[in-house]
Design a protein around this ligand. Structure first.
Ligand SMILES: Cc1cc2nc3c(=O)[nH]c(=O)nc-3n(C[C@H](O)[C@H](O)[C@H](O)COP(=O)(O)OP(=O)(O)OC[C@H]3O[C@@H](n4cnc5c(N)ncnc54)[C@H](O)[C@@H]3O)c2cc1C
Length: 302
C-alpha cells in the first residue's frame, strides 16, 4: 500500500515512476491466494481496513463508488473486492510495475541511482528512490549497499502464522476475535462471509497468536498446518476434514514499535523510506506514510 500510493501520487505529479516488487503478485501484506483447482481465494494477510483520518476515508469512499472495496461486518470495516489486493491493483493500474524483482543493492553514481535486482543491474538510472519494505528489510538493503539514513531504527514486528482452510458445506464456526489467548488459534475469520467472494462452502483464515507464531517461527509449514488444524478442531469440538488447507508464515506481520515519523527522506541522497514501519501496524498507516514520502520527493524533484 505504501509503495503503491507513493507511486500513484508521484505519477499524478508528472514524474515517471518504476515500481519493483519482489512478490510474484502485487499487494504485499494485502495478499490474496488464489486456489485455481477449487475456484476460490483467501486473503491470507490483512483482513480488513478502517479509516481514522480523512485522507484514507476519502480513498475508501472513492474505491467504494468504483466497486473496489465493500463494507464487511461491523461499521467501518472495509475489504477489497474480490480480494484484499484490489485497492493496491487500482493504485498501480497503468504504471510501470515489475513483479518478481527483488532489489538487492542501491548504487549511487553521480546524482543518479542504479539498482541491482538479484545480481542483475536494472537498465535505467533514477533520480530518487523510495523504499517501502518492512523496516528490517530496508535496513538489510541499506547495509548491503553501504548506506545509512538518519532516523532509521530497527522496529520490532510480531510474526504471524496463518492457516487457510476450506471445508465442504456449511459450518457453524463463527468468526471470532480471540479464541485462545495462550494460542495457537488467535483469530478466526470467515473468508466466505466477506462480500464479493467466489466459491461455495466454508473458508476460514486462522491467525495464530503472536506468541505461538514466534515460538514456532522456523518450523516447517506442514507441521504448523497440522498443529493449527488440530487446534481448530478442538475449538470446533469435532474432527474437521478440510477440502483444502495451507499454512503461510508472515515473518514481519504486525508492527510492535514504530519510527514515529510519517516517512524518512534524505534530500542530499534523494533516498526515502515509507511503510507501516513509520506510523503503525495498519493499512491506513502505510497509506499515510506513502503519501507523505511522495509529497517530499515531489517537492524536491519539482
Ligand atoms: C497476517 C496479517 C494480518 C493483518 N491484518 C491487518 C488488518 O486486518 N488490518 C490492517 O489495517 N492491517 C493488517 N495487517 C497489517 C497490514 O497488512 C500492513 O500494515 C500493511 O499492509 C503494510 O503495507 P506496507 O506497504 O507498509 O508493506 P507491505 O505490504 O509489506 O509491502 C512491502 C512490499 O515490499 C516488497 N519487498 C520487500 N523486500 C523487497 C525487495 N528486496 N525488493 C523488492 N520488493 C521488496 C514486498 O514484496 C511487498 O510488496 C496485517 C498484516 C498481516 C501480515
Amino acid at each position: 500500500m505504501a509503495g503503491a500510493i507513493a507511486a500513484r501520487r508521484l505519477t499524478q505529479a508528472g514524474l515517471a515512476v518504476t515500481v519493483l516488487d519482489k512478490g510474484r503478485g502485487i499487494g504485499g501484506r494485502m495478499a490474496t491466494r488464489r486456489v485455481a483447482d477449487h475456484g476460490f481465494a483467501f486473503d491470507h494477510g490483512a483482513q480488513f481496513m478502517r479509516a481514522h483520518g480523512p485522507d484514507f476515508a476519502a480513498a475508501l469512499a472513492d474505491w467504494h463508488t468504483r466497486g473496489i472495496v465493500a463494507p464487511w461486518g461491523e461499521t467501518g470495516r472495509w475489504v477489497g473486492t474480490p480480494g484484499m489486493t484490489a485497492p493496491v491493483r487500482d493504485l498501480l493500474a497503468g504504471l510501470d510495475v515489475r513483479p518478481g524483482h527483488t532489489v538487492t543493492a542501491l548504487v549511487r553514481k553521480g546524482s543518479r541511482w542504479h539498482l541491482t535486482v538479484t545480481e542483475t543491474a536494472v537498465e535505467e538510472a533514477f533520480d530518487a528512490v523510495a523504499i517501502s519494505f518492512p523496516t528490517p528489510q530496508v535496513i538489510r538493503l541499506l547495509d548491503t549497499s553501504g548506506l545509512s539514513l538518519p532516523g532509521i531504527e530497527r522496529p520490532t514486528y510480531a510474526p504471524c502464522w496463518t492457516l487457510m482452510v476450506a471445508l465442504d458445506g456449511a459450518c457453524d464456526l463463527p468468526g471470532s476475535d480471540l479464541v485462545d489467548a495462550d494460542g495457537p488459534v488467535g483469530t478466526v475469520f470467515r473468508e466466505d462471509e466477506k462480500p464479493g467472494r467466489r466459491g461455495s462452502g466454508t473458508r476460514l483464515v486462522i491467525h495464530a497468536t503472536p506468541d505461538w507464531s514466534r515460538a514456532h517461527l522456523e518450523e516447517d509449514a506442514e507441521r504448523v498446518q497440522t498443529a493449527l488444524l488440530a487446534a481448530l478442531a478442538r475449538h470446533a469440538g469435532r474432527p474437521l476434514t478440510p477440502a483444502y488447507a495451507r499454512a503461510h508464515r508472515w515473518r514481519y506481520a504486525l508492527l510492535e514499535t514504530t519510527l514515529g515519523e510519517p516517512c524518512l527522506y534524505d534530500p542530499a541522497l534523494r533516498l526515502g523510506v515509507c511503510g507501516d514501519g513509520c506510523l503503525g501496524p495498519r493499512i491506513e498507516a502505510a497509506f499515510d506514510s506513502g503519501r507523505a514520502l511522495a509529497a517530499r520527493i515531489g517537492a524536491d524533484l519539482a
